[in-house]
Design a protein. Structure first.
Length: 715
């Protein structure tokens, strides 16, 4: 390229072009002409995103040039590109006129003919659209839209003057090449850096002074803490994304790349690979036909009191595609409650959910320690209709009562269940291992294996879940509702206020749906039925652990492998895939440092898993000695960053409010310390001494006390 001979520079340039970092623009015309010789040796090479703005590339005659090179011209569009507005409207609820808001829906809802029966799918769609439009009209009339606030602070006049002077000297230096202008440029550059640093300090001092004058639990205090603590930070995306030989540069192209990835790999319908799968599919077709032909089901209707109670429990979460906010629903009137009750009962009677309620706007969260360029590095979060989620809460409560009354849910499934937490299974593991290692008759070896299921919620097989609804003999009205809930779901990816194409979700349960966790627990409720009695298990949603013990190492290995094989067999039957990369094995031994000739090892998906000295399970690091030292070091590392934040906030405030600082200490630091206290009760006193030291240090920082302040003075 650009030379008759191949050389090192040419190879480097060719490698860059093949890797896709640079792109070559050409019009297939020769660019060098001398005497009777012509050759193309001049090229235009550009990278993204500049490449998308280049157009009209032309090669012109030499125009009397003696060099023989023809000039190349191109056009670059540098006009300001207007950023699209968000598909979800943000409102300033602090400035809302709620009395006006409650009046408008009442006037709108009175236009509906109460004598009409809602017994078809078309009538449900029409009625839902009528209620939605009534709420939207009231929202737009009574609640002003939220203006986009600038996140940057205002710089001082001195800083503005330094910026202007620095630019002047830079331009003179580049134009004339004078050494004095160069020196002045670097001088004012340093002064500008110091001035900007002082402006930031003044900004933080003003901010903290205003916070310390407010109430302890005010929203502005916690918004500021989240900002400093890097919570809820806006997601950024790379300039170029690649997937299946598709290179995306614009926001629309990137959004469509995510849509293609989710539709083809995450939410694709899993193939039938076993005869059992075909049997389930045939049975589900029979169930669907039976449900469609089932009318006049007797069931306990949803009452206005039930709707009102669940409406009061709503959180101020993000809106879905219909832009109805939970804050608007919580400012209800009796007439709105009556209409929603009628709509909900009609939906359950017919067994049909409105299309808008089954459409989701998917936002993306980058997974920890993942590269931004690949679509698989992002976790999809579905934003659903708040009206639809209100009915889901009602159905979930009724379904949970049914499951608990019949004792259907697994005993050791602690995820998303009342009066259960992550500590439930962690304490079970800790007590079991200690009882085996310190057995009064004879000490035993113990081992635990920890599994992760790939795309757990997103890979739920719809037909398999419907089959289990029928197998559990759930009430008919709930099965009809859940079949409609799973079928014909669609979504669009929202990326920087740009929506992708609409695509279908053929598997999985939507994230952020109140029903999804419970449906996943039902789907996986029988995965442990084939586990032998010598092995215990624990589940927290998709986080699974198996542990067992034995006097002999070989027998321990066989027991654990047998249990893993049964678990793997059940997962394949229900189209769930284990992740060997995320599978961890820990061998708890009487002599942890001893090297065994045949150490414990297991196979998962034909991949050998070697034992590790420690592993993280549900936020706690479990080591092979159960000493908790590794976990304690990790806790101290987490607290160190929070201590720095607490120290910064205290120093930034001229007169810190001790109530606010103590409250920040309780929320940022003490929660980390007390999370794992049930298992640390049996830890060595040295661990508790370290915890006490960290707590004393945090209290000194929160109260602004010097490091030599005595412990008695702090407490």
């Amino acid at each position: 390229m650009g030379s008759r001979k191949t050389n090192a520079k040419g190879r480097q340039l060719q490698d860059l072009l093949e890797e896709g970092y640079l792109y070559c623009i050409e019009d297939d015309s020769s660019t060098y002409e001398r005497n009777d010789y012509e050759e193309k040796i001049d090229w235009i090479i550009a990278s993204q995103p500049l490449l998308t703005f280049i157009s009209n590339v032309e090669t012109h005659p030499t125009i009397g040039s003696t060099s023989g090179h023809k000039p190349l011209t191109l056009e670059i569009s540098i006009g300001v590109e207007h950023k699209p507005t968000s598909p979800r409207t943000s409102f300033s609820f602090k400035a809302a006129n709620w009395s006006k808001f409650r009046k408008i829906p009442n006037d709108q809802l009175q236009l509906w003919n109460q004598s009409r029966t809602i017994n078809t799918t078309m009538k449900i769609e029409e009625y839902n659209m009528f209620i939605t439009n009534s709420l939207l009209v009231a929202t737009q009339a009574a609640i002003p839209k939220l203006k986009q606030a600038t996140s940057s602070y205002i710089i001082s006049e001195a800083t503005r003057s330094l910026i202007k002077t620095k630019h002047q000297h830079y331009r003179r230096w580049r134009k004339d090449g004078q050494e004095t202008d160069k020196q002045l440029y670097y001088k004012y550059k340093l002064l500008l850096t110091n001035s900007l640093r002082n402006d930031r300090k003044d900004h933080y001092k003003t901010l903290m002074s205003s916070l310390c004058q407010k109430k302890m639990f005010s929203e502005s205090v916690w918004l500021t803490v989240r900002k400093f603590h890097q919570k809820r930070i806006k997601q950024s995306f790379p300039r170029i994304m690649k997937y299946n030989n598709i290179v995306a540069t614009s926001e629309k192209e990137k959004a469509n790349v995510f849509a293609e990835f989710f539709q083809s790999e995450i939410y694709a319908a899993p193939n039938n690979t076993l005869p059992f799968h075909d049997q389930v599919s045939n049975q589900v077709n029979v169930i669907r036909n039976r449900m469609q032909n089932t009318d006049d089901i007797k069931w306990k209707k949803i009452t206005p009191e039930e709707v009102k109670w669940h409406m009061k429990q709503l959180r101020n979460s993000a809106t879905g595609p219909d832009n109805i906010h939970n804050r608007c629903l919580k400012n209800y009137t009796s007439q709105l409650i009556d209409h929603l009750t009628l709509l909900f009962n009609s939906i359950v009677d017919v067994g049909y959910i409105a299309i808008m309620w089954k459409k989701a706007n998917i936002i993306l969260l980058l997974k920890p320690n993942k590269g931004k360029q690949q679509p698989s590095s992002y976790r999809p979060i579905s934003l659903l209709s708040c009206l639809g989620k209100l009915l889901e809460r009602i159905i979930k409560q009724r379904l949970l009562l049914e499951l608990n009354a019949r004792n259907i849910l697994p005993q050791h499934q602690a995820g998303f269940r009342p009066k259960r937490s992550t500590m439930y299974n962690i304490v079970r593991i800790e007590r079991y291992i200690k009882s085996q290692l310190h057995h009064p008759m004879k000490r035993r070896h113990a081992a635990a294996s920890f599994f992760g299921i790939e795309a757990a919620f997103d890979s739920v097989w719809h037909e398999g879940l419907i089959y289990k609804f029928n197998d559990l003999r759930l009430p008919t009205y709930i099965i009809k509702y859940l079949i409609s809930f799973l079928e014909n779901r669609t979504a669009t990816v929202e990326l920087d206020n740009t929506l992708s194409r609409l695509f279908t979700l053929s598997s999985g349960t939507p994230q952020c749906s109140p029903l999804s966790p419970l449906l996943y627990i039902i789907y996986t409720s029988d995965l442990m039925n084939g586990i032998p009695p010598h092995t215990e298990h624990g589940l927290f949603a998709d986080d699974t652990a198996l542990w067992t013990s034995s006097h002999q190492l070989a027998n321990l290995n066989n027991r654990l492998q047998q249990s893993i094989n049964e678990f793997e067999k059940c997962c394949k039957a229900w189209k769930l895939k284990l992740q060997p990369i995320k599978t961890e094995l820990v061998h708890f031994s009487i002599h942890p440092r001893k090297k065994y000739k045949n150490p414990v090892q297991v196979k998962v998906e034909d991949i050998i898993i070697q034992p590790a000295t420690s592993t993280r399970y549900l936020g706690v690091i479990i080591d092979n000695r159960l000493s908790w030292r590794t976990h304690q070091k990790q806790v101290e590392t987490r607290i160190a960053a929070r201590l720095s934040l607490l120290r910064f906030l205290n120093r930034a405030a001229i007169e810190p409010n001790h109530n606010i600082m103590i409250n920040l200490y309780k929320s940022l630091i003490r929660t980390v310390i007390t999370y794992d206290y049930p298992v640390l009760l049996s830890a060595d006193n040295k661990i508790w001494d370290r915890i006490q030291i960290v707590q004393n240090k945090a209290l000194r920082v929160a109260l602004g006390l010097p490091h030599y302040t005595s412990v008695d003075s702090i407490h």
